[in-house]
Ligand binder design. Structure first.
Ligand SMILES: [Zn+2]
Ligand SMILES: [Zn+2]
Length: 356
């Protein structure tokens, strides 16, 4: 009798220890997954840059760039907007997750909840085994299946313990409680700081979620590099943008000169000038810019003459830097109109109409 008890107890110990050693990564993953979704949802509701659509996000980016007034950031945004958007979101996630105390509270809360699920599920599994006179294999089937909504446990990885004697369900309960406490104490739950690998991964995943939600078409206007505002990445129909920029931003210049072409797309397409297609080298009148083929024929550019002060201010503010970068000058045909110099940073920020 005594011997049997000992054998059973040992079995239960082996069973629970192996079980928890195996499911620990899944438990941690479940907790971090839950936290990841919570933070993404929270930011989607409360962060003004992220809570709207991509147009709103872009306006926040333009505002951030103007406030920062750093040329390098502008070039990153103009040349690789997708990457810039991603790192902008990443910075906001970084700020949110910089509050380790709050983050730890969230992780602990989620851990508490998952613990309850594990206790509940293991209790149910034991009840079923008792009722049907089942064995460890039945217990594991129930446990893995019913925890499935919260975490993915590979039932196959637990076959080595499915023949253990777990008939002492009271002792099993105690053992499960003991190992759960060890899960709580595992270093990834106890300590959240900048060096935590889990935290790095968490931030990366949140950025991915938010970026995906705010992603859209990344096509850039062949003349001014403005980004298509369509919210679908593979949309049908033409690319469009609300505000075009000066073609100097697209590095266009007058043929065989070092003078920038400093006209906005919306006026160029109604002008009598022509441009040389990058692909074919043929001269195409702006009025029929679509004849230039791909990428020109994928864009709908309306000749409404609309302009935004923002890029005029940018050109005045970073004239020298942009000239040096592109190797052309704002002179001759491409001279900067005097009226542009009167545009202030305050007025372009106002124009963007975004608030914190
Ligand atoms: Zn354009
Ligand atoms: Zn598009």
């Amino acid at each position: 009798m005594f011997q049997n008890y000992c054998k059973g107890a040992n079995s239960v110990r082996i069973f629970s220890e192996f079980l928890f050693k195996n499911i620990l990564p899944a438990v941690e993953e479940a907790i971090y997954n839950k936290t990841k979704v919570q933070i993404a949802d929270n930011m989607k509701c409360n962060n003004p840059a992220i809570s709207g659509n991509r147009c709103n996000l872009e306006n926040h980016i333009l505002r951030h760039l103007a406030i920062q007034e750093e040329f390098k950031s502008y070039t990153e945004y103009i040349h690789n907007p997708k990457l810039y958007f991603q790192s902008f979101i990443g910075e906001h996630v970084e700020t949110f997750c910089g509050n380790y105390k709050e983050l730890q509270v969230m992780l602990r809360e989620n851990l508490k909840e998952i613990k309850l699920h594990i206790v509940h599920t293991s209790k149910e599994a034991s009840e079923e085994v008792n009722l049907k006179n089942g064995d460890a294999s039945m217990w594991l089937d129930h446990f893995c299946t019913n925890l499935g909504d919260h975490m993915v446990i590979n039932r196959q990885s637990l076959t080595s313990i499915q023949d253990e004697d777990i008939s002492d369900t009271e002792f099993l309960k105690d053992m499960i409680a003991k190992y759960l406490e060890e899960v709580v104490k595992s270093e990834n739950m106890e300590k959240v700081d900048a060096s935590s690998q889990h935290l790095c991964l968490l931030k990366q995943k949140i950025t991915e979620i938010l970026f995906k939600q705010l992603e859209g078409c990344w096509a850039q206007c062949p003349f001014c590099k403005a980004i298509c505002t369509n919210t679908m990445s593979n949309h049908t129909g033409d690319h469009r943008v609300q505000f075009h920029r000066s073609s100097a931003l697209g590095r266009w210049s007058y043929y065989k000169t070092d003078e920038f072409s400093n006209n906005f797309c919306t006026s160029m397409v109604s002008s009598d000038s022509s441009f040389r297609s990058c692909a074919s080298g043929n001269w195409i009148p702006f009025k029929s810019y679509r004849d230039g083929g791909d990428p020109y024929d994928k864009w709908s550019i309306t000749a409404d003459g609309s302009t935004q002060g923002y890029w005029k201010w940018f050109i005045c503010r970073f004239q020298k830097e942009w000239e040096d970068r592109c190797g052309y000058k704002f002179k001759g045909e491409g001279v900067i109109p005097d009226s542009w110099r009167k545009i202030t940073k305050e007025s372009v920020l106002e124009e963007l109409n975004v608030r914190d």
